[in-house]
Design a protein around this ligand. Structure first.
Ligand code: SF4
Ligand code: ZN
Length: 297
């Protein structure tokens, strides 16, 4: 486990734009250098500042990599169209062509449709996005998927799992997950960088990004947790210390019976991607959503 003091960066609040640039790029590149070698990388572009910053850094520091920028258009009224526009702009600014997966066109439903069946839409939407990115990566011969989850995302996710005693979730959320069969390796190189630092980075680098948030997310609990974390950790270093503590707990739990008895994965009998169930949750949900739409016609 990395010592908290190793990632101390004093006086971040008083730092200039150039300092922020150096800090963010250094932290991201230090992470990426720890990964096994890779050539082809999928970057999930949401249209927001986090993934825009990630693409910008990878493009500038790893020009030899084969980058596949992918945007998932979820069909959320008044939001998805604009998000796609920004994602396209970000890819273009990096000289890359964006791959767009449009849920409505490809699967026959939108996340708005899914919300009618699953009112707590975020976990379903998150699962659909993870599955699709993995599928696209697998079919495009990608070695690793990079996502822009940052320090605040990690803290919220891990604290939520701890408070709800969801040990498996706590153990599973990691900065790097190696490839396992048809599940492509995943890297989250922003895990030591706070959201506010990324915002300053994206602004300093004059990146284009959407500022609106998804209008349908039921994230009241998450917002409360975020506020609680901001009260507990008044600066970036404290956030890093808390996150390392949560990771230490997760590491210890992983070595106990709970962690050792990890669920065995097997190919989903419908799509073939590895799953802990006979039929994966993506296939089950897609079937349910489609029948739900049919019934309402
Ligand atoms: Fe999906 Fe929820 Fe994110 Fe909206 S806020 S894109 S519904 S996960
Ligand atoms: Zn499946």
């Amino acid at each position: 486990m990395e010592k908290a003091r190793q990632i101390f960066t004093p006086k971040i609040l008083a730092s200039t734009g150039m300092d922020v640039k150096k800090i963010v790029e250094k932290r991201v590149m230090e992470e990426i250098r720890k990964y096994p070698p890779f050539k082809r990388v999928l970057i999930a572009l949401s249209g927001g500042k986090d993934s825009a910053s990630l693409l910008h850094i990878i493009k500038n520091f790893l020009p030899d990599k084969d980058i596949v920028p992918v945007h998932l258009n979820l069909g959320i009224d008044g939001f998805s169209e604009k998000s796609e526009e920004f994602a396209r702009m970000q890819a273009e600014e990096s000289g890359l062509e964006l791959t767009v997966f449009n849920l409505k066109k490809e699967l026959g439903f939108t996340i708005m449709d899914a919300k009618k069946l699953y009112p707590k839409i975020c976990s379903v939407c998150g699962g659909i996005k993870r599955y699709l990115l993995n599928k696209i990566a697998y079919e495009s011969g990608v070695d690793i998927i990079l996502t822009a989850h940052h320090l605040d995302d990690f803290l919220v996710r891990m604290l939520k799992s701890t408070l709800n005693a969801k040990v498996e979730e706590l153990i599973r959320f990691k900065p790097y997950l190696p490839r396992n069969g048809n599940l492509i390796a995943k890297g989250r190189p922003f895990w030591k960088v706070s959201e506010s630092l990324i915002l300053r980075y994206a602004s300093f680098e004059s990146l284009s990004f959407i500022t609106e948030r998804c209008p349908i997310g039921m994230k009241k609990n998450i917002e409360r947790l975020r506020r609680a974390i901001d009260i507990l950790a008044t600066n970036e270093n404290q956030k890093n210390i808390y996150l390392l503590s949560l990771m230490k707990i997760a590491e210890k739990l992983e070595k106990t019976e709970v962690g050792m008895g990890k669920t065995q994965l097997r190919p989903c009998s419908s799509c073939g991607f590895l799953s802990s169930n006979v039929i994966c949750s993506f296939c089950i949900r897609v079937k349910k959503i489609r029948s739900f739409i049919e019934e309402r016609k």
